[in-house]
Design a protein. Structure first.
Length: 163
């Protein structure tokens, strides 16, 4: 039963966890490794996972796994090279360029924001979480989340108008 439950959870949420980690790490391989780590942790708690809250729990675990990785790397003197490109892709070079340009534009816009504002925009506007789910994932109140998101959107509008 435990493996059947984790299979269902993996099928339903693995892509969301991967995309979230890809946004955080900006590295395909790191995202894959951390996604695997998240589901290894989920295997230990699969019986306690509720269908409604599984996605938010998994993304919270993903966020924590990413923070753990950052802490570990900051203590390490050896860093991965982020400039390697995944050449095994089945996509066309043109679509890869367009995707990369869109991703760079998004990262450029998000880099104007404070980290908590980036996180709020990512959770609500990119990942599609509700206000309540996003607030829970960030560990803040609903009203505080709405304020952060409002200020982030204001800053993005201002930067777009000046550009």
């Amino acid at each position: 039963m435990k493996t059947n439950g984790i299979d269902i959870i993996y099928r339903n949420y693995s892509k969301d966890v991967y995309r979230y980690l890809l946004y955080l790490s900006r590295n395909h391989h790191t995202s894959e490794d951390l996604t695997q780590e998240v589901f290894c942790r989920a295997l230990k708690h699969v019986d306690a996972l509720d269908g409604k809250q599984a996605k938010s729990w998994l993304l919270r675990v993903a966020h924590n796994a990413y923070i753990d990785l950052i802490r570990k790397e900051s203590r390490s003197s050896i860093y991965d090279n982020d400039f390697f490109i995944d050449f095994a892709s089945e996509e066309t070079p043109e679509s890869n360029v367009i995707t990369q340009e869109n991703r760079n534009e998004l990262y450029g816009m998000l880099s104007l924001l404070q980290p908590n504002q980036q996180h709020a925009v990512l959770l609500y506007d990119v990942q599609g979480f509700s206000y309540q789910e996003s607030a829970e994932l960030m560990g803040i109140t609903l009203s505080h989340f709405k304020i952060i998101l409002y200020r982030a959107r204001q800053r993005l509008r201002q930067s777009r108008e000046t550009a």
